[in-house]
Design a protein around this ligand. Structure first.
Ligand SMILES: Cc1cc2nc3c(=O)[nH]c(=O)nc-3n(C[C@H](O)[C@H](O)[C@H](O)COP(=O)(O)OP(=O)(O)OC[C@H]3O[C@@H](n4cnc5c(N)ncnc54)[C@H](O)[C@@H]3O)c2cc1C
Length: 591
């Protein structure tokens, strides 16, 4: 077996590293400071946001701005801003914690998320000293609200196809921008916009200030949800941007745009996690209070299953999210702050985890939408009424599967990066595949009887199954595999399941070692069993297709042998009853 061990896996290499060699960060590893910030934000959200939620959600820019000011006073607009520019420069784990804790008004949460994320990160990471001195202290204090303008009427997912142009004026003192941006969050309230335009055919970033001649802001869009946030179009008609407002150098736009999005989509996942937990809290109470057929609906097995499943997938989102940010933070911590290339290396550290941040975005947003849908179902007819919590949540959360890269685009990112690593041999994927036969011969489940050992074994087999299946598909289609999206989506989901199961097993074991938490173990068991079911079905579908394209019968036989070793005989029905019982007893999401 090749030694591919690293303490923290990165960029998808968890599929070739054995689980036993890994350590991960979990929320149980939060420092005292992390816990204090989490509680502080939860208190702020409850006292200041929840109490004014109706006004915020009915669109009240003054109130939203006032609340941003209050967050600034708590330092919460400057978490990622260096101290020399008025911020408090805390670790990335803290950014995740704040994003998770702001749950009560999704519109306000997104106003904050853009201010501290895609709206300001391009400047923090790529701005000049004088640009930072000019704008960052005011962003940290809330005096400047910022926005990020990438999407255009004819290019959303295809961001590189932006048509807005920038040309250098004859005197070289300004750039002239022409074009339109659409769907810009915070746009109606912002006074600083990071805008991307084609300069000599290359995407380039610019800082655009409100009041710039030739730059106008459109009317607020009427939306399905997030009604308290601002979403507008931006118009540029010979808008004259001072030459010193270019971000970094000409042609750097895609790097600026995508590195900020990596972090933006990760924080979106954190916010979805907070939302999922809140739904379970509501459901845990409601299901016990609501009576039907003379008993509480929490006694019905169908409701029990829903509550357990919601808990399993929320726990999983949590495990993958803090594993990912812990890995990113460990990478950042290994860079000297005094290094003159600190920022560049920090961005590089985050880019290493582009596969993982895309997985977080897809899984946490799909999970929260599904959790809300199940929660709504548990509320029955009341779930459909606006005055109950699930109807607005259903509408507000839906956007999370669309923005910061749609979930379809993020699935192509997951498998696209992995393909690149395989084809360039950056990762020893072929060596790992060569080792499968030996692995099958030398590993036997019978000898294992410790906690979650069966699940660990099943996970290792699933990794082998994934690698084998991926390699078969890649051998058939080579580069063109990227166009076979029905296959790549299945592969991206298998890969995500592997990451999730591994994160959940390791976390559950840590929790059990510390406090004998058996429910975390039950969750890991259910999740692993579901992973194998998904692999079995996906593999069947992919093989049925590949057989029409050169895949050999022997290959399918070998793959089935691997998958058969991954099979488990978990009694998921009883485990789910156990988990739901625990949730009802606690009256909330308890982890
Ligand atoms: C409320 C709101 C706020 C927003 N805020 C901002 C913001 O602040 N700044 C900003 O720049 N943008 C913002 N956006 C834009 C958002 O990021 C885009 O809407 C999103 O990226 C999708 O682009 P699109 O709407 O053009 O859809 P399209 O790109 O036209 O996609 C349509 C469908 O086709 C699918 N699709 C497209 N290409 C592919 C492909 N290659 N493979 C498979 N499927 C594909 C998509 O997944 C989607 O299902 C916001 C949008 C909304 C609705």
């Amino acid at each position: 077996m090749n030694n591919v061990h690293q303490k923290y896996s990165q960029g998808g290499d968890f599929v070739i590293s054995p689980i036993s060699e890994l350590d991960i960060f979990t929320r149980e590893d939060f420092s005292e400071e992390h816990k204090e910030i989490y509680n502080m934000v939860m208190d702020f959200d409850k006292d200041r946001v929840l109490t004014q939620k109706k006004e915020i959600e009915s669109y009240n820019p003054e109130l939203s701005k006032k609340l941003l000011d209050e967050m600034a006073e708590l330092g919460l607009l400057g978490i990622d801003i260096p101290e020399e520019f008025g911020g408090i420069d805390l670790d990335k784990i803290t950014s995740a914690i704040v994003a998770e804790a702001l749950v009560y008004s999704p519109s306000f949460a997104v106003t904050w998320a853009v201010q501290t994320g895609i709206g300001s990160l391009p400047l923090i990471w790529f701005g000049t000293q004088s640009q930072k001195e000019r704008f960052l202290p005011k962003i940290a204090s809330g005096e400047i609200i910022c926005a990020y303008g990438l999407s255009e009427p004819s290019s959303g997912s295809d961001a590189m196809g932006a048509k807005t142009t920038a040309t250098l004026s004859e005197d070289g003192k300004s750039y002239i921008l022409n074009g339109e941006k659409v769907f810009i969050t915070n746009g109606g309230w912002a006074s600083l916009f990071t805008v991307f335009a084609q300069l000599d055919g290359k995407l380039t970033g610019f800082l655009v200030e409100s009041g710039t001649e030739g730059f106008s802001i459109g009317a607020e869009e009427k939306k399905l949800g997030m009604k308290g946030s601002s979403t507008v179009a931006l118009n540029f008609q010979n808008a004259k941007i001072p030459a010193e407002n270019i971000l970094s150098t000409p042609g750097k736009g895609s790097e600026i745009a995508f590195s900020s999005l990596d972090m933006g989509r990760f924080k979106l996942g954190c916010s979805c996690l907070g939302g999922s937990k809140m739904v379970i809290n509501r459901v845990a109470e409601y299901a016990q209070e609501r009576k039907a057929f003379g008993t509480s609906i929490s006694n019905f097995d169908a409701i029990i299953k829903k509550v357990a499943d919601m808990t399993v997938h929320t726990f999983t989102s949590d495990s993958m999210i803090y594993r990912t940010i812990g890995s990113i933070q460990a990478e950042i911590d290994s860079i000297e702050k005094s290094d003159e290339n600190y920022l560049k290396k920090m961005i590089g550290a985050m880019e290493k985890f582009a596969i993982e941040t895309s997985m977080v975005k897809v899984y946490a947003s799909d999970t929260s939408q599904w959790v809300i849908d199940e929660g709504l179902q548990i509320f029955g007819g009341y779930g459909f009424l606006e005055e109950y919590p699930l109807a607005p949540a259903f509408r507000d959360n839906r956007i999370n599967q669309i923005w910061e890269g749609t979930n379809e685009i993020n699935r192509t990112v997951i498998i696209g990066f992995f393909m690149k690593k395989a084809l360039t041999e950056e990762m020893p994927i072929y060596d790992a595949i060569q080792d499968i036969e030996d692995f099958l011969k030398s590993n036997d489940l019978n000898s294992k009887d410790e906690l979650l050992d069966k699940e660990c074994f099943s996970l290792e087999m699933t990794k082998k199954g994934f690698l084998y299946l991926f390699n078969e598909a890649l051998s058939v289609f080579q580069q063109d595999l990227q166009h076979e999206q029905q296959i790549t989506e299945l592969l991206a989901d298998i890969m995500t399941n592997i990451y999730n199961v591994e994160s959940t097993i390791i976390r559950a074991k840590k929790m059990y070692a510390k406090s004998q938490n058996i429910q975390a173990i039950n969750i890991a068991k259910i999740l692993t069993s579901e992973m194998v079911d998904h692999l079995t079905l996906s593999s069947k579908n992919i093989c049925n297709y590949l057989k029409g394209h050169e895949m050999k019968d022997d290959s399918e036989k070998f793959l089935n042998e691997i998958i058969s070793k991954a099979q488990l005989d978990t009694n998921t029905i009883d485990l789910k009853r156990n988990i739901a019982k625990h949730i009802f007893k606690e009256g909330k999401y308890p982890f």
